[in-house]
Design a binder for this molecule. Structure first.
Ligand code: NAD
Length: 374
């Protein structure tokens, strides 16, 4: 009777397994912690990736998410030429209801037990403050240190400024490739989502002379872009379909789908949001419509680059120069796509695989000092 009600959860034969090196399932009944850490590939170095907290309906849903996200980190870091592997963790639970300091501390203890094979950073449902609580018990948390940022401004570890700058550099590379110029004066850009990344991207674009249209579901964020940057507000229905040069989705994923792609009027899609394509084949649909798509995990790598350098003695200039290479990587992707006729997302995957398969592990990520150990 009992057996009939148990649903099997495949791991090694899971459709998203993709030869993951390591999976850990953590449970701490005292704090209610249930977490999974997935380490996809460490051929370039120890894994780094966000720790997401989400009220997954089933364990299967959590497993699928962590496997997909972790694999994505291998590709993102390899493409950004970082000595890092790919990994991710998920905590099963509603951050608004189940998050406690004790739970975060328990997560920290579990991360420490992995001995540095994986380091966690903030992700949806977790904050820098949560990561700092985990850091009481582990050296393997990232994106939490106060330091001078890549742009010379004080940073609390938040990767958003570097993500926004990298997206700006990538957008410029796309404009150069498609429109043949570096000058952004008068370039028309529509930005969906002007939060941490989108607003900063808008500011870079404004400073470069671009004309902006913005939409955000939060009126305050929308108004800030209108008041401070002179952006024009657009409706939720219109923002992706305006007759502009570039659409920059900086809010949520899966916005490039069967319904939206035929209605796009911009020639370039270059935004920071993760998992922009609803399905992998949407990449080919964009190419068929002669739309240049800057693959999300190539253009939004500024944040992971910034976090990587947190534990090193690198100067802000070194970090900025590394973020600048996002432009070169995208140019290589665009050129190869032109030569082969393959969509840019396929080329980005291919290039990332070349980079993580050939690479022998580098110095990787140095551990953080445990909080309180000086
Ligand atoms: P954020 O939450 O600060 O900003 C997102 C903004 O989008 C918010 O202002 C929100 O109100 C708005 N928004 C949400 N749904 C919307 C919708 N349907 N239409 C219009 N606006 C909407 O998040 P963020 O850190 O700026 O990240 C933005 C995107 O970039 C996310 O997809 C994130 O995964 C991705 N990303 C962020 C980083 C980073 O360093 N923060 C790094 C890589 C990728």
């Amino acid at each position: 009777m009992y057996l009939e009600t148990v649903k099997t959860m495949n791991v090694f034969s899971h459709p998203e397994f993709d030869n993951h090196e390591h999976l850990s399932f953590f449970c701490d009944p005292e704090t209610g912690l249930k977490a999974i850490v997935a380490i996809h590939n460490t051929s370039r170095g120890p894994a780094l990736g966000g720790c997401r907290m989400f009220p997954y309906a089933t364990d299967e849903e959590a497993l699928r998410d962590v496997l997909r996200l972790s694999r994505g980190m291998t590709y993102k870091s390899a493409l950004a030429n970082l000595d890092l592997g790919g990994g991710k963790s998920v905590i099963i639970g509603d951050p608004r209801e189940h998050k406690t300091e004790a739970l975060m501390e328990a997560m920290g203890k579990h991360l420490e037990s992995l001995g540095g094979r994986y380091s966690a950073a903030e992700d949806s449902g977790t904050s820098v403050a949560d990561l700092r609580v985990m850091g009481r018990h582990t050296r393997y948390v990232a994106g939490i240190a106060n330091r001078t940022g890549f742009d010379g401004n004080p940073s609390n570890g938040d990767p958003s400024p570097a993500t926004a700058y990298g997206t700006f550099i990538g957008l410029k590379a796309a404009v150069r490739h498609k429109l043949g110029h570096d000058d952004l004066t008068g370039l028309k850009v529509a930005i969906q989502g002007v939060g941490n990344v989108g607003f900063r991207l808008a500011r870079h674009l404004r400073e470069a002379g671009a004309e902006l249209w913005v939409h955000d579901i939060h009126q305050d964020n929308l108004q800030r872009a209108v008041d401070e940057l002179g952006a024009r507000p657009a409706s939720a229905e219109d923002i992706l379909f305006l007759p502009v040069d570039v659409v920059a989705p900086c809010a949520m994923g899966a916005v490039l789908n069967d319904a939206s792609i035929p209605k796009l009027k911009a020639g370039i899609i270059a935004g920071a949001a993760n998992n922009l394509l609803d399905r992998p084949e949407h990449d080919a649909m964009l190419k068929q419509q002669d739309i240049l798509y800057a693959p999300d995990f190539a253009i939004n790598a500024g944040g992971i680059i910034d976090v990587f350098y947190e534990r090193t003695d690198a100067t802000p200039e070194t970090v900025r120069k590394h973020v600048d290479t996002i432009g070169d990587t995208l140019t290589e992707i665009f050129n190869r796509s032109d030569r082969t006729g393959l969509p840019t997302g396929d080329i980005a995957n291919e290039l990332a695989e070349e980079r993580f398969q050939k690479h022998t592990a580098g110095a990787g990520l140095a551990p953080m000092r445990l909080a309180g150990t000086g």
